[in-house]
Design a protein around this ligand. Structure first.
Ligand code: ZN
Length: 169
């Protein structure tokens, strides 16, 4: 079932999420809901807090729904190491219409459980490293705006306030 995506300012998005304790049928349904929501939005990643579930679970699909084999399900992901720097424009389904150049590591190694309960290590570079850090940030209550210099963050939050007042956000 497709679920509504929460927007910047919702308290769930700004809180640290709790670990997934067990792969229950409820978690399986949540993963299906997240996948459907992500596909419907043509996004490359979605974290459980974005649909109101404060759990350490996120999906990444660099093909944005075009290739089913590209879907990564990450349960309780941990960043083992990261290095390098990349600067690219980035957006977020919880910040529609807002984009900014966000500094991210160029490479990273992540450990996570998949939906079968197997622990996997992912070696990521470039766009995948960026997407993984973006989604894992969501699990810590961090949105890309929080990674910008205060002057840029201020400008974008002002724009969001203006859009909200105009009823366009
Ligand atoms: Zn996001």
């Amino acid at each position: 079932m497709r679920r509504p995506i929460l927007r910047y300012g919702d308290p769930v998005l700004h809180a640290r999420a709790a670990p997934v304790q067990a792969l229950t049928p409820a978690i399986d349904t949540l993963i299906d809901d997240m996948h459907e929501t992500l596909r419907d939005a043509s996004g490359v990643g979605l974290a459980a807090p974005q649909i109101g579930e404060s759990l350490r679970l996120c999906l990444v699909d660099l093909s944005a729904g075009r290739r089913p084999d590209q879907l990564l399900v990450l349960i309780n992901p941990e960043i083992l190491e990261s290095d390098g720097l990349q600067l690219k424009e980035e957006g977020c389904l919880s910040l529609p219409g807002i984009e900014a150049t966000v500094p991210r590591p160029l490479r990273m190694r992540v450990r996570a459980m998949d939906r079968d309960g197997d622990t996997r290590e992912i070696q990521a570079e470039g766009l995948l490293a960026r997407a993984l850090q973006h989604e894992i940030d969501h699990l810590d209550g961090v949105l890309f705006l929080d990674r910008l210099r205060p002057v840029y963050r201020w400008a974008l939050t002002r724009r969001i306030r203006r859009l909200r007042r105009a009823g366009k956000w």
